[in-house]
Design a protein around this ligand. Structure first.
Ligand code: FES
Ligand code: FE
Length: 471
């Protein structure tokens, strides 16, 4: 059992270790650290809950989680989206018993207190006898402190002091735009999310999707052996690693220029790509999307995205662009519930949506050919993190790839977007960025926020320091 001081020491070890590319293995299993994560990360950061297309009509709702707590995400009669703590004001009983649906009211199963879609208490059985004279006001369901959406993605935070969502996303917003805003129609989810629980720590998913491209050649070798993905491994490692802003990282596999043969726009169908334009994004964003084969990224703490051309059956079907949205939902330090949505542009034909969904389902899903590749090693990371040996031996994990003098990755100075950018994906700065912000949030006092911009300026073209070098 660790103490509060030990937890503080462990967080300090993350903050200091990240500078050297070294992370204590016990962060993937320490129970006290997990409690602090629930309060300091999930209790404060903006967390992704739903896509607006899941609740298009008045009264539509889905049941989601912030950290380990249930919240009802519901569209009210004024078309607003409310995020309501799913606990009755009377005795704290869980009010909503369905994962999704449509309703005008939520009625608690215990004594029948009834709330509207804004969470206001509207009545209870035998009101006059039981509560006559008591105001209903102030007895509604509790709401998340703030709710906002960006590109159709609904986020909420429990922290009244949280900055606006756009400010929290920082540079990541530029990259979400070029994935979700390529045409005026926008995206929708293709069916409800899949959910599955594995005995791993939630950070393994976030770490991997921050830009662990290196594992593809070993762990996912079968991707190439069955012709599931159209870009050779070595070519696929050519691209960019981007620390979009503190905490949020992503990675692109990208053609050297737009004339290079191979998939464009993440492998999305050509007739869809013909509808992409600069209505909602800049010329630079459109150009980056055009050259992109793979987009993989993580919005801190636990919302990940992956877009790439995939097929479950290389012999009979050509790869097609799929987009999976992920939430790595913590269940204690030793379990994670993976939430997995597939999404597509609204103006895809029904056949194209069906094809993208099947390709996603056959590859990166609970029963997918490649999902199981990842989940097994993550389970053993959790085991290492909980081990006595890791604690007693002070066992640190190596995150040095791409540090100065290590490997071939180099800072990029002519990149059109925000963030710290490296060329070639042989690089782990993307994960170091996640853990640096992790340590900052874990150490922040209530009401205080760590910097949401880099203290050392990023190395993209528009933010280059006057002397032209990397700050
Ligand atoms: Fe909900 Fe009593 S606990 S009505
Ligand atoms: Fe993987």
């Amino acid at each position: 059992m660790t103490t509060e001081t030990d937890t503080g020491r462990l967080i300090d070890a993350v903050a200091e270790g990240v500078e050297r590319g070294s992370i204590p293995a016990t962060i993937f299993g320490n129970a006290d650290l997990h409690k602090r994560e629930l309060r300091n990360l999930f209790g404060r950061c903006w967390t992704f809950l739903a896509h607006e297309s899941e609740i298009p009509a008045v009264g539509d709702y889905v049941l989601r989680k912030i950290g380990e707590d249930s919240f009802i995400v519901v569209r009210d009669e004024e078309n607003g989206v409310n995020v309501l703590f799913d606990a009755c004001r009377h005795r704290g009983v869980q009010v909503c018993r369905s994962d999704s649906g449509n309703t005008s009211h939520f009625r608690c199963p215990y004594h029948g207190w009834t709330y509207n879609t804004k969470g206001n208490l509207v009545g209870a059985p035998l009101w006059k006898n039981a509560f006559g004279g008591m105001p209903k006001e102030g007895n509604g369901l509790a709401s998340a402190a703030k709710v906002e959406s960006y590109q159709g993605l609904v986020f909420a935070t429990l922290d009244q002091s949280a900055p606006p969502l756009k400010e929290y996303l920082g540079g990541m917003a530029w990259y979400l735009d070029l994935l979700f805003g390529l045409n005026e129609h926008g995206m929708e989810v293709l069916g409800p999310p899949q959910r599955f629980v594995i005995d791993a720590n939630w950070k393994s998913g976030a770490d991997n999707f921050s830009g662990d491209d290196y594992h593809l050649g070993t762990l996912h070798r079968s991707v190439w052996e069955i012709g599931a993905f159209p870009v050779p491994f070595r070519e696929n490692m050519m691209g960019y690693h981007i620390q979009a802003s503190p905490g949020h990282s992503l990675s692109f596999s990208m053609a050297a220029d737009e004339n290079e043969p191979g998939p464009k726009f993440f492998g999305f169908p050509e007739d869809l790509a013909a509808t992409f334009d600069t209505t909602n994004i800049s010329r630079e964003q459109l150009d980056v999307a055009r050259r992109s084969r793979v987009f993989v990224g993580n919005v801190f703490p636990n919302f990940s995205l992956l877009a790439l051309p995939m097929t479950e059956d290389g012999a009979n079907h050509a790869p097609v662009g799929i987009l999976t949205l992920r939430v790595w939902q913590p269940h204690g330090p030793g379990q994670v519930e993976v939430w997995n949505w597939f999404a597509g542009y609204k103006n895809l034909s029904p056949e194209q949506k069906d094809r993208a969904y099947r390709a996603g389902l056959g590859t990166f899903s609970m029963g997918g050919a490649f999902e199981v590749d990842d989940t097994e090693p993550w389970i053993t990371v959790g085991r290492t993190g909980r081990s006595t040996a890791a604690e007693l031996l002070d066992f640190n994990l190596n995150y040095e790839m791409g540090m100065p003098g290590i490997g071939i990755s180099e800072p990029v100075k002519d990149w059109p977007g925000p963030g710290k950018v490296q060329w070639t994906r042989y690089e782990e700065g993307v994960q170091r960025n996640m853990y640096a912000f992790y340590a900052d949030m874990m150490r922040a006092e209530p009401g205080q926020w760590p910097s949401l911009t880099f203290a050392d300026k990023d190395n993209s073209a528009k933010d280059l320091p006057a002397e032209g070098g990397r700050a």
